[in-house]
Design a protein around this ligand. Structure first.
Ligand SMILES: [Ca+2]
Length: 461
């Protein structure tokens, strides 16, 4: 299971979720020691996997680089007070276990034969079914230990996969799905590559969605084929959170300050909207509702390609894994008490390091640094996971699990007794990890992108 892959393929794999120039960079410097958020490299670059995947991607982004700040036209949002459906509150006090180095994680395949799976989700309706998302556009139900033959939804005709990072990228079920049957998808649209957030409803068959129920909620210009973000998730406040990439290319060379730092574009952000109406609304307490020339949908900014984020189901804390440029992959944290508006730094910083230094200056005032980062000596593209709140592994409870797409290295992050974030490497998975997923009980799953396999997380001692 732990065989090695050729280092050359790392450069190739980088185009997925990461950046075109990200992975080949051999100039990464060792992580500095002044921040306790830094993960010290624990293995040399020479231990990067050395076995080539058999179906390496062939699609290369070809669209022209945009040189101007894009014009973003949201579908007539209005900042009005609203009454979102509240998520259930946690019933137990969150517990962070003490890391125990005698335990490690493993994965056990439960489904194979999928086409480039990129997400595993659940409907929160008490069925504990899993919903397996394929990048080319299909969603399958996994129930009672089996994948159902008929897709839950097939968006293949709408979704483009021209770019390696394009496709059906995100899925989230409405907090009241059990009663209203509504769910949301995020995909790259065929034709123009724009990112579309669309609402659907289940049919009279609980295992098949009504393909004709599509309602477009929000369209975000895709600019270039890479950096599309993709993640959708509902917070405990009942609002839909959306991850958007910085518009693509490399270095966020859009406009004068880049899209990540511009409050005038939806790109390079976490957005927060109220979808309890056919036309989405902007929550009145979004951080930039009253800021001139700022788009009110923005919840947090300064992000490059926050492919996967998640809420801790016990605390409501938000973890955002942001794919780096050439040197650093990072995990960002936002406590549940946050009022939003955090600037996570990109393109001023990459991880905890100055990136876009103009005339030798790097103004880091007000920027929120990551709680963990790793260099490209250890991988090429971060895949954010979840804070474990399941029952199978008491030793893992309260720890945030994430991985690297290229190397399969998996880490766990949590605060120690002094409140300092500590990150340790827990294992290495022999697959390209495109996403984690959570079932209704809080157990975790892993999507193997190239292999087409879904795994359940298991523990080994
Ligand atoms: Ca950052």
């Amino acid at each position: 299971m732990k065989s090695l892959r050729i280092i050359g393929i790392i450069i190739f794999l980088c185009t997925f979720l990461a950046v075109n120039i990200a992975c080949g960079a051999a100039t990464s410097t060792p992580a500095p020691t002044q921040t306790n958020a830094t993960i010290a490299p624990t293995r040399a670059a020479t231990s990067i996997p050395t076995t080539a995947p058999t179906n390496a991607p062939t699609d290369v982004p070809t669209r022209v680089v945009a040189t101007n700040t894009p014009t973003v036209i949201p579908s007539s949002p209005t900042a009005v007070p609203s009454s979102p459906t509240a998520m259930p509150q946690p019933t137990s006090t969150p517990v962070v276990s003490t890391p125990n180095d005698s335990f490690t994680l493993d994965i056990e395949p439960i489904v194979d034969g999928l086409r480039r799976p990129i997400f595993v989700g659940n409907a929160g309706d008490g069925s504990n079914r899993l919903f397996l998302v394929e990048q080319p556009g299909r969603i399958f139900v996994f129930e009672n230990g089996k994948q159902l033959a008929t897709p839950f939804l097939d968006l293949s005709d709408k979704v483009t996969t021209d770019g390696n990072e394009e496709g059906l990228l995100g899925l989230a079920f409405h907090p009241d799905y059990k009663n209203n049957g509504l769910f949301f998808v995020n995909y790259s649209r065929k034709g123009d590559g724009d990112n579309v957030i669309e609402r659907y409803q289940v049919s009279s068959d609980p295992n098949v969605a009504d393909a004709n129920s599509a309602k477009t909620i929000l369209t975000i210009p895709g600019l270039e084929p890479n950096h599309n973000g993709g993640m959708l998730a509902f917070g405990r406040d009942g609002y839909l959170y959306i991850a958007t990439g910085d518009g693509g290319g490399a270095g966020d060379k859009h406009g004068t300050i880049g899209n990540g730092q511009s409050l005038n574009t939806l790109l390079g952000k976490i957005l927060r909207i109220d979808v309890n109406a056919d036309t989405y609304r902007v929550p009145a307490d979004n951080p930039f509702v009253n800021t001139p020339n700022a788009l009110p949908e923005i919840w947090a900014y300064g992000l490059r390609n926050p492919w996967r984020f998640s809420f801790d189901r016990a605390t409501g804390d938000l973890y955002i894994a942001d794919v780096g440029q050439s040197s650093y992959e990072e995990v960002n944290f936002q406590p549940a008490s946050s009022k939003g508006g955090e600037n996570y730094g990109w393109r001023i910083m990459e991880g905890a390091h100055c990136y876009n230094e103009t005339d030798g200056e790097c103004d880091t005032t007000g920027l929120v640094l990551p709680i963990a980062e790793y260099t490209h000596d250890l991988g090429c593209s971060i895949t954010g996971g979840y804070v474990y709140r399941g029952k199978l592994f008491p030793w893992l409870v309260g720890q945030y699990i994430f991985a690297d797409y290229c190397t399969g290295v998996v880490w766990a992050t949590a605060r120690d007794a002094n409140g300092v974030w500590q990150t340790r490497r827990v294992t290495t998975f022999d697959d390209t990890i495109s996403s984690f997923g959570e079932d209704e009980l809080g157990e975790l799953y892993v999507a193997g992108h190239k292999s087409g396999t879904i795994y359940k997380l298991t523990s080994a001692q």
